[in-house]
Design a binder for this molecule. Structure first.
Ligand code: GDP
Length: 443
């Protein structure tokens, strides 16, 4: 998949060798290559345009750090933007509702709806320990109902039997009733697909959606369909309140354009990817892993990460020095720590690297990666003096700061409590030897 992107970018790295920094002129050729590769991968044109513009904006004028060549730095920017294009963060399936959580599967015939329903049932049972009911509303293809029944048997999910002559809406209503009475956590509803978008099909699934009020309406799409997938996605997202996408057949010789276009077109993230025909072949979709796979340049990406870590290392050592010199740890340092956490791959990654006793202390700080940005906002809204001595903050100032950062006063208080925890943690680190800890983090 995306072999061309890898090849073309490898060329880019070579042509940019010897340049001191990325400029509008020297990345022109490189961006042309990226554009060609995306076109060949069947990425939708508006998506390509926006993508190239964003890469250009980020790359031009960027200082090339330490050991990287400008070409490698550009690959780094492309990688980051690929992740962003696919939504950045992993989008989890939402089951938070009064049971049964209904998942409605929509898509064209052959997209992989029935197979994905079975796979999803298995995944929910095994990974989330849910009791799952499988329901087929595809009365037009008896074979589809049988296929789902077989999948239910293979996965151990319960299957809702359909009576002859029942209409989709009747099946759905009866199944919902059944799931409630039998305490199913999740009910997955497979629907009829057609070979192309047709109004009757859209009307039927809209009715099912209105009746079932699903917490998830997943659009199932075949990655091998390329541009067609994008057009179908657009039509479905206009007719139905989709909540996410299941991208199937990523194991095939898909050119992969659909993976990059679908969020842009539907506004909805890919939640699962079909990666094999077998029942275990469904995985939560990770934009970062997918971006790395698309680039296929593990070695270069590794280098970029290393270089980035090197920069963080220098900052961290500065901080360590400051602490050793006896200066106290203030909110400026706290903020810098947050920035470093982000660069090191978030709190989760950092925790793994901390020695056990510190990890325990860090647990108490409870920092969510998403909170990092808000935290910075709060600290930015403080005066330099307040950052040095947060204990001088009065209630009125806290309110002003909260307003300035667009958060609640409670969040400001929470941050200050976290800061106190961190201060304690820093004292511990000082005793244990900061430099030693940093060295262990690098390794
Ligand atoms: P539906 O008409 O949307 O219900 O499509 P099906 O679930 O019947 O799938 C159509 C075909 O695609 C079947 O042969 C499936 O085995 C196959 N299929 C579905 N998902 C995947 C996948 O992720 N990988 C592969 N290799 N095949 C898949």
């Amino acid at each position: 998949m995306f072999d061309n992107l890898t090849n073309r970018l490898s060329g880019v790295i070579k042509t940019l060798r010897g340049e001191a920094r990325l400029t509008e002129t020297n990345i022109q050729e490189a961006l042309r290559e990226v554009r060609m590769a995306l076109l060949e991968a069947d990425v939708a044109l508006p998506v390509i345009k926006e993508f190239i513009a964003r890469v250009k904006e980020k790359a031009v004028g960027q200082e090339v750090i330490g050991s990287l060549t400008p070409g490698q730095a550009l690959v780094g920017v492309v990688h980051q933007e690929l992740i962003a294009l696919m939504g950045g963060q992993k989008a989890d399936i939402n089951l938070a509702t009064v049971p049964p959580a209904v998942i409605l599967m929509a898509g064209l015939q052959g997209a992989g709806k029935t197979t994905s329903s079975g796979k999803l049932a298995k995944w929910l049972m095994e990974q989330k320990k849910k009791k799952v009911l499988l329901v087929s509303c595809d009365i037009y293809r008896p074979a589809a109902i049988q296929q789902l029944e077989l999948l239910a048997r293979q996965t151990g999910a319960e299957f809702f039997p359909v009576q002859a002559g029942q209409q989709p809406k009747e099946i759905a209503a009866a199944a919902l009733n059944f799931a409630r009475r039998h305490f199913h956590d999740v009910m997955i509803v497979d629907t009829a697909g057609r070979l192309a978008i047709d109004e009757a099909m859209m009307a039927e699934i809209s009715e099912l959606e209105a009746l079932l009020k699903p917490i998830e309406t997943l659009f199932v799409v075949d990655a091998m369909q390329g541009q067609d997938a994008v057009n179908t996605a657009k039509a479905f997202s206009e007719a139905l309140p989709l909540t996410g996408v299941v991208l199937t057949k990523l194991d095939g010789d898909a050119r992969g354009g659909a993976a990059l276009s679908v969020l842009h077109v539907t506004g909805k993230p890919i939640k699962f990817a079909g990666v094999a025909e077998k029942l275990t072949g469904l995985e939560p979709f990770h934009p970062d892993r997918m971006a790395s796979r698309i680039l296929g340049m593990g070695d270069v990406l590794g280098l970029i990460e290393e270089a980035q870590r090197g920069v963080d290392q220098q900052e961290a050592e500065k901080l360590a020095k400051k602490m050793k010199s006896g200066k106290s740890f203030d909110l400026n340092d706290f903020k810098m720590q947050f920035e470093q956490m982000r660069n090191m791959g978030g709190m989760g990654a950092l925790m793994d690297k901390l020695p056990a006793q510190l990890s325990q202390a860090a647990q108490n700080v409870k920092v969510d990666d998403k909170v990092i940005g808000r935290t910075e906002g709060i600290i930015n809204s403080m005066t330099p003096q307040e950052r040095l001595k947060p204990e001088i903050l009065k209630a009125s100032r806290k309110r002003r700061i909260a307003a300035g950062a667009g958060v609640t006063v409670q969040e400001v208080n929470r941050l200050l409590a976290q800061f106190e925890q961190a201060q304690k943690m820093m004292k511990m680190m000082n005793k244990g030897g900061m430099t030693k800890m940093l060295r262990s983090m690098k390794g």
